[in-house]
Design a protein around this ligand. Structure first.
Ligand SMILES: Cc1cc2nc3c(=O)[nH]c(=O)nc-3n(C[C@H](O)[C@H](O)[C@H](O)COP(=O)(O)OP(=O)(O)OC[C@H]3O[C@@H](n4cnc5c(N)ncnc54)[C@H](O)[C@@H]3O)c2cc1C
Length: 441
C-alpha cells in the first residue's frame, strides 16, 4: 500500500530527508509543509523560513566533525555520523552551480601565542559560499519537484495529533486569516521545524508530556571587531574556535561561528525577542574587513535551562530590541546596508543583570582576547544576547530519532539537538534511511 510521509519544515533537515527518500525510489507520497516560500519567491529578509530554512541564507559553512554542531554521534556512532555528513555535503555539491568551488579548510596546528589563555578547536569545514545558496536552493527544489515531492508553501502547522496521525495547518497570508484549517494524515512524520519552530516543539512536548534529555544553557554575545586584530589567528585557522573550560564550575566558553572579510551581524527573532547571529558574504563588493563571532557560554546544572535562558534574553531587550555595547564603536550595518537593529548601552551592566555572576566569564574572555590580540584594545563591540535554546530536546529512539511513545514521529535538525547545517541534514537523512528500511523499500 502506498505510504504518506509528511515533512514539516522545508529546512536543511527536511530537504535532505526528502532527497534520501526519492533517491532511493520511495514510491509513496511525500508532502513538505513550510510556512515560508519556495526558493524562487523567498526574499533575503526571510532569514529563517522557506526552502532550505535558516540554511538557505546562512553562511554556507558545512562543519565536518562530530564534536561540532550538536548531537549525532550520540545516536549513531562516529563512523555512521561521518557517512551521513558526506551525504549532506554531496547534496550541496550536487545542486551547486560550480561544485568545484566547494572547498574544505582543515587547519592542523594550534599556535603557541594563544595557548596561555585559550584552547583552539581545530576541525574541517566545507565552504559552499553564501552567494551560491540561492542557486543551490532552486536546483535542489526543481529536482525534488521533478521526483513528485509536493510542497505546500506559506502554510503554518499549528497542531499535530500523534494519536490519529493528523497534521493541521493554515495559510500564513493575512487575506486567508478567516479560512478554516486544513488537515492531512501521515503514516510517517518528519518534524524538522528548526529554530523558528522551537515554540511549536515545546508546545507539543508539553501537550504530550514528552520526556526530554537534560540540557545545558548556551548563551552569550555576538562579538565584532575589525579583522586585522585577529589576522594572525585567521591565517592559521580561518573559522577559529577559541575555548575556555572551567570544569569545576560547570562552565565552558567558546567562540562560535566566526565570520571574516565580509562579516555581518544578523538579528534572529525567537519568541518575539531579539538575539544575534552572524554571517559572511562571499562577493568582494560586500567586503567590510570585519570579523564577528559568538562568545557562547555553556552552563551546566541550571534547573530549567529553557526558562532561565528565556528570562536572561528578556533582560537584554530594550523596547523589544537587543542591546549593543562598545567602549568606542557604533553598531554596524547589515549586508543590505541597514543599521543592525540594537539599542546602544553605556556599559556592560545589562549583561550582569541578565546573567548574574556568569557575565564575568564573558568579560574575562574579552579581556583575555585583548592580551592575545594586543591591537584589539577597545576597538570591539558586542551585540547582546546570542543564544541557543537547547531545550526541550525530546527523548528519541537513538536508532531512528522517533519519539519513544510515538514511533511514527521523527524529530530532526535544530528541532531535536542539531546546531548547524551538516548535523541537521544528517539527522534528516538518518531518519529517512530508517523509514526506507521500516517501509521495506
Ligand atoms: C544567519 C544564520 C547563519 C547561519 N550560518 C550557518 C553556517 O554557516 N553553518 C551552519 O552549519 N549553520 C548555520 N546556521 C544554522 C543553520 O542554518 C541551521 O542550524 C539549520 O538550517 C537547521 O536546519 P533545520 O532543517 O533543522 O531547520 P531550518 O533550516 O531552520 O528549517 C526549518 C523550516 O521549518 C519551517 N517551519 C518552522 N515552523 C513551522 C511550522 N509551524 N509550520 C510550517 N513550517 C514551519 C521554517 O519555515 C523553516 O523553513 C545559520 C543560521 C542563521 C540564522
Amino acid at each position: 500500500m502506498s505510504k504518506n510521509i509528511i515533512i514539516i519544515g522545508a529546512g536543511v533537515a527536511g530537504v535532505n530527508a526528502a532527497t534520501k527518500l526519492v533517491d532511493n525510489n520511495f514510491d509513496g507520497k511525500i508532502t513538505i509543509i513550510d510556512m515560508g516560500k519556495d526558493p524562487y519567491r523567498r526574499e533575503y529578509s526571510e532569514v529563517m523560513e522557506g526552502f532550505l530554512g535558516a540554511g538557505g541564507w546562512s553562511d554556507g559553512k558545512l562543519t565536518y566533525h562530530t564534536s561540532i554542531g550538536g548531537q549525532l554521534s550520540k545516536y549513531c556512532g562516529r563512523d555512521k555520523a561521518m557517512e551521513l555528513f558526506d551525504s549532506v555535503i554531496d547534496n550541496f555539491k550536487r545542486f551547486h552551480p560550480k561544485p568545484e568551488e566547494v572547498q574544505c579548510s582543515d587547519p592542523q596546528a594550534e599556535p603557541d601565542f594563544i595557548k596561555p589563555y585559550f584552547g583552539l578547536r581545530l576541525f574541517p569545514v566545507w565552504h559552499v559560499g553564501t552567494d551560491y545558496l540561492h542557486e543551490i536552493g532552486k536546483n535542489w527544489y526543481d529536482y525534488l519537484v521533478s521526483k513528485g515531492v509536493e510542497f505546500i508553501w506559506e502554510q503554518k502547522v499549528s497542531s499535530i495529533n500523534f494519536r490519529t496521525n493528523e497534521v493541521v495547518f493554515k495559510s500564513v497570508k493575512p487575506e486567508f486569516a478567516n479560512m478554516d484549517d486544513d488537515g492531512l494524515f501521515y503514516d510517517k512524520l518528519i518534524f524538522g521545524v528548526g529554530k523558528s519552530g522551537i515554540d511549536f516543539g515545546k508546545q507539543l512536548a508539553e501537550q504530550y508530556n514528552l520526556p526530554t534529555e537534560a540540557k545545558s544553557v548556551q548563551i552569550g554575545v555576538r562579538f565584532e571587531a575589525p579583522q586585522h586584530h585577529f589576522q594572525k589567528l585567521i591565517d592559521v585557522s580561518y573559522d577559529f574556535k577559541l575555548y575556555k573550560k572551567f570544569d569545576e564550575e560547570g562552565v565552558s566558553l567558546r567562540s562560535f561561528c566566526t565570520n571574516n572579510n565580509a562579516a555581518y551581524v544578523a538579528v534572529e527573532e525567537t519568541y518575539g525577542d531579539h538575539s544575534y547571529n552572524g554571517h559572511a558574504k562571499k562577493d568582494e563588493s560586500f567586503r567590510n574587513d570585519m570579523t564577528n563571532f559568538g562568545i557562547l557560554m555553556e552552563i551546566k546544572g541550571i534547573d530549567d535551562p529553557f526558562i532561565w535562558s528565556r528570562d536572561a534574553v528578556k533582560k537584554l531587550q530594550i523596547d523589544n530590541t537587543g542591546t549593543y555595547y562598545s567602549p568606542t564603536r557604533k553598531p554596524s550595518t547589515t549586508s543590505e546596508g541597514n543599521d543592525v537593529s540594537a539599542i546602544q548601552v553605556d556599559d556592560l551592566n545589562p549583561l550582569h543583570d541578565s546573567l548574574g555572576e556568569y557575565a564575568q566569564y564573558i568579560i574575562d574572555f574579552i579581556e583575555d582576547m585583548k592580551k592575545v590580540f594586543p591591537t584589539l584594545k577597545d576597538d570591539w563591540g558586542v551585540y547582546m544576547p546570542e543564544v541557543k535554546y537547547l531545550s526541550p530536546e525530546p527523548l528519541v529512539d537513538y536508532t531512528n530519532l522517533a519519539l519513544n511513545t510515538y514511533p511514527d514521529v521523527h524529530f530532526v535538525g535544530d528541532a531535536l539537538s542539531a546546531r548547524g547545517i551538516t548535523v541537521s541534514g544528517a539527522q534528516g537523512t538518518y531518519a529517512a534511511e530508517y523509514i526506507l528500511k521500516d517501509l521495506d523499500i
